[in-house]
Design a protein around this ligand. Structure first.
Ligand code: PMP
Ligand code: GLN
Length: 446
C-alpha cells in the first residue's frame, strides 16, 4: 500500500470510529424510525468516498467531468444577474418560464397537450421526482414491479413508502455463447404478466437503462403498457438519459402510447440533459390528476426549488426547442460525442479481455469480469459479492473506480449477477486514456 493508500486507510478508520460513536445509545427507546431499517447502506456513498480517498481515476459515479455547454452556463450567469426575483422564491410547483418551456417542448414528443401548471412538477433532480412519485402514489402493502437491473434507489423508495418491491429480470439472450449488446437483454412478457396481482400499484421502467444501456423498443413498451392498462396499474418511467441513444436506437416515451398518458409519471433530469448534474433540477410530468398528489408531498416538504437554476434550464429548453433536430442542438451533439467515447471505452475493455456489453443508450457500459484472474481473498467482507470485492480491489490496488453491477439487483438476485462491473464514459478523453493506461498495465502484469 502506498502513501495514498495509508492515508485512505486512516481516513476510513476515523470514519468508522465516528460511525461507531454515533451508534451509541442516546435514547432509552428505539431511536430510528423503522423505515430506515435495511436501507442504510448506499453504494454511491461508499464508493464515491472510496474513489476520492484513493484519488482513483473515476469511471464510477455517473457525472460528466467536463463543463456543461457554454450556452447553458451563460444562461445561469444571466439568471444570476437578473435582479431580486432571481434570488428569491418562485412558484412552488415550478418556475413559470421553466414549466412553460417543458410543456412546449414535451407536448410535441408525447403527442399530448401538456398543461404547464397542472401536468408538471419541478423537483430537486430526478431523484426527488421519483421519491415524490413513490410517496404520493404507493400505499402500505402496495406492490411495485421493478425490472432488474434497476437504478438502485427504486427499492428503498418503494420500501420507505410502505410498499413491496416485486422483481422481474431482463434476461440475457445467449446466442452463440456471448452476449454482446444491451438489446440482447430482454423482458419476458409471460414472466412479467405473472408478477401482477390485485395489490400491484405501479411498474417502474427506466429507458435508456442504468446500468445496462438498454433502450426499450416500441414493442417492448407496448407489451408493458398493455399489462398496465389490463391491470389498471400506474407506470413510473425514468427517462433521465432520453437524449442519449446510439447506432440508430430510438428513445420512445411510454406516455406517448395509446392509453398511457393517463397513467404514466415521466421523470426527467436537467442534470443529465445539459451535463450539469450539480444543478439538481428535475421534473415529473403526467396527468394533472396524478401530479397533484406529488404536489401535495412537495408543498409539505421542500416547497420549491432553486430559482436561478430553473431559469437557466428554461432558457436551455427554449434554445433546444428552436434548434430541435438540427446539428446545432445539444441533444444531437452530446450523443454524437459520447458515441466516440463509448467506442473508445469498448475497444479498450476488449483489448484487456473484459467483454463489454455495448449499450444502445445512456452513459454507462457494463463488462464481464469473470475471466479476470485476481486474488480477492483479503478484499471486503466475507459475505460481500465478487463484483463488489473486485471493484474495491480495483480502486485500492490499481487506482480505478467503477461500480459493481450487483448493486442494481435486489438482494434476492444480486448473487446471480455479480460478475459484471459498470464503467461510466461521460468523461474527458484524458480520463478515459488514464483508465486505459491502468487497465493495460494490469493486463501486462505490471
Ligand atoms: N434516474 C437514473 C436512472 C439515474 O441514473 C439518476 C442519476 N443521475 C437519477 C435518476 C437521478 O438524477 P438526478 O441527478 O437528476 O437527481
Ligand atoms: N445516476 C448516477 C449514477 O448512476 C449518480 C448516482 C448517484 O450519485 N447517486 O452513477
Amino acid at each position: 500500500m502506498g502513501i495514498t493508500g495509508n492515508l485512505a486507510a486512516r481516513l476510513t478508520a476515523i470514519r468508522q470510529s465516528s460511525l461507531r460513536n454515533s451508534r451509541q445509545t442516546i435514547m432509552s427507546r428505539r431511536l430510528q424510525a423503522r423505515r430506515t431499517d435495511g436501507v442504510d447502506k448506499n453504494v454511491w456513498v461508499e464508493l464515491t468516498q472510496m474513489a476520492a480517498d484513493y484519488k482513483a481515476v473515476n469511471l464510477g459515479q455517473g457525472f460528466p467531468d467536463f463543463s456543461p455547454p457554454p450556452f447553458i452556463q451563460e444562461a445561469f450567469h444571466e439568471a444570476l444577474r437578473g435582479g431580486p426575483p432571481m434570488h428569491q422564491y418562485t412558484r412552488a410547483f415550478g418556475h413559470p418560464p421553466l414549466v412553460k418551456r417543458l410543456a412546449q417542448f414535451f407536448s410535441r414528443i408525447v403527442g399530448h397537450e401538456i398543461d404547464p401548471l397542472e401536468d408538471i412538477l419541478v423537483t430537486v433532480g430526478a431523484y426527488q421526482a421519483l421519491f415524490y412519485a413513490f410517496q404520493a402514489l404507493v400505499d402500505e402493502g402496495d406492490e411495485v414491479i421493478i425490472i432488474e437491473p434497476f437504478f438502485d434507489c427504486y427499492q428503498p423508495m418503494a420500501k420507505m413508502a410502505g410498499g413491496k418491491a416485486v422483481y422481474v429480470p431482463l434476461r440475457p439472450k445467449v446466442e452463440g455463447g456471448t452476449v454482446l449488446a444491451s438489446g440482447d437483454w430482454v423482458l419476458s412478457a409471460e414472466e412479467l404478466a405473472t408478477k401482477f396481482t390485485p395489490r400491484t400499484k405501479a411498474v417502474v421502467i427506466n429507458t435508456p437503462n442504468n446500468p445496462l444501456g438498454k433502450v426499450y423498443k416500441t414493442e417492448e413498451l407496448q407489451m408493458i403498457a398493455d399489462l398496465c392498462i389490463k391491470h389498471d396499474v400506474l407506470c413510473i418511467s425514468d427517462e433521465v438519459y432520453e437524449w442519449l441513444t446510439y447506432d440508430g436506437a430510438k428513445h420512445v416515451k411510454i406516455a406517448s402510447l395509446p392509453g398511457m398518458w393517463e397513467r404514466t409519471i415521466t421523470v426527467g433530469s436537467a442534470g443529465k440533459t445539459f451535463s450539469a448534474t450539480g444543478w439538481k433540477v428535475g421534473w415529473a410530468i403526467g396527468s394533472g390528476q396524478i401530479i397533484k398528489h406529488l404536489k401535495t408531498i412537495h408543498q409539505n416538504s421542500v416547497y420549491h426549488c432553486a430559482t436561478a437554476a430553473q431559469e437557466a434550464v428554461a432558457r436551455g429548453f427554449e434554445r433546444e426547442h428552436a434548434l430541435f433536430g438540427t446539428p446545432e442542438s445539444y441533444f444531437q451533439q452530446l450523443p454524437a460525442m459520447l458515441h466516440q467515447r463509448r467506442k473508445k471505452l469498448a475497444s479498450c475493455l476488449e483489448s484487456v479481455g473484459l467483454q463489454p456489453i455495448m449499450p444502445e443508450g445512456g452513459y454507462f457500459m457494463i463488462a464481464d469480469i469473470s475471466s479476470a484472474k485476481v486474488d480477492l481473498n483479503d478484499q471486503g467482507t466475507e459475505d460481500e459479492l465478487y463484483d463488489s470485492r473486485f471493484v474495491k480491489w480495483l480502486i485500492k490496488e490499481k487506482g480505478l473506480a467503477t461500480i459493481p453491477v450487483s448493486a442494481f439487483y435486489s438482494p434476492e438476485h444480486s448473487k446471480e449477477f455479480d460478475k459484471y462491473i459498470r464503467f461510466c464514459f461521460v468523461k474527458e478523453d484524458s480520463t478515459l486514456d488514464a483508465a486505459e493506461d491502468i487497465l493495460r498495465k494490469w493486463s501486462h502484469g505490471q
